[in-house]
Design a protein. Structure first.
Length: 278
């Protein structure tokens, strides 16, 4: 039986932990050859050693164009092509009320999240256009599709990633390249643990908190849920999907909540001026 990503050459930024690590593992399980980049060298090298010949690691700071270009070129040197690019690297970044937010912290946050995604798009397109095929996956967030889900700089960058995804999708479709993004809510990762609890190691506590607030009957979001969405967007199963932002959030951005939804009781029909009945 042929796996969904059998032989697909995939570049993943931020692949050493969290959503990136889960995606590397999922893609390898589906037969992909993965070149991953990160600035967490020890974690990246351990993961590559664990997963064997299907994975190679290279240091990549996504704010440095030469690093991103070199990561993509590494995949070409090793495997001759790039079929999938996942722009996943991210930070939580600046956190402050808008009237106290530091400009430099805002710039650094958007540099990693937005400019890093732009550079991944740029260099993936560079190698995908000649072969007229490819899938590019960007990581946005529920904070990128609605307000109130994250700090200001993070929210601004993630909104911009959705817009950039749609615009680049409209350009690259003529070359057979699909561009989509994923918008997860908080999932059980070290980054989310830091965001919610100021402790990147408090994974069990985070799992309990996310389970309590989940619209899906106590089921927390997991990094593997996002990895599964990425696998779908990378594979031929999504061959007619382009310019789409796929929410992986248990319905949070549609108003789904853990408690009883409003207007769900069986009550009399309401007419004008508070009158009831047909």
């Amino acid at each position: 039986m042929v796996s969904a990503l059998d032989g697909r050459v995939t570049v993943i930024t931020g692949g050493a932990s969290g959503i990136g690590e889960a995606t590397v593992r999922r893609f390898v399980d589906e037969g992909a050859l993965v070149v991953m980049g990160d600035i967490q060298d020890d974690a990246g090298e351990r993961l590559a050693a664990e997963l064997g010949d299907a994975v190679s690691y290279q240091r990549c700071d996504v704010t440095v164009e030469a690093h991103v270009a070199a990561l993509v070129d590494r995949a070409i040197d090793l495997h001759g092509q790039v079929d999938v690019m996942m722009n996943n690297a991210g930070i939580l970044g600046a956190r402050a009320p808008i009237d106290q937010l530091d400009l430099e912290e805002f710039k650094v946050t958007t540099d990693v999240l937005l400019n890093g995604t732009f550079l991944g798009l740029k260099h993936a397109a560079r190698v995908m256009k000649p072969k007229e095929a490819g899938s590019i996956i960007n990581l946005s967030s529920t904070a990128g599709v609605s307000g109130g889900f994250g700090p200001h700089a993070y929210c601004a960058a993630k909104h911009a990633i959705v817009g950039l995804t749609k615009n680049v999708a409209a350009e690259l479709c003529r070359f057979g390249i699909r561009v989509n993004c994923i918008a997860p809510s908080g999932v059980v990762t070290p980054l989310a643990a830091h965001a919610y609890l100021d402790d990147h190691e408090a994974m069990d506590t985070l799992r309990e908190r996310l389970a309590e607030s989940s619209p899906l009957m106590g089921r927390p979001g997991l990094a593997s849920d996002v990895a599964n969405a990425a696998m779908f967007l990378a594979s031929d199963q999504s061959g007619y999907t382009n310019g789409h932002c796929l929410a992986v959030d248990a319905g949070a951005t549609t108003g789904s909540k853990a408690g009883r939804p409003p207007h769900s009781d069986n009550v009399p029909f309401m007419r004008e001026a508070g009158r009831t009945g047909l």
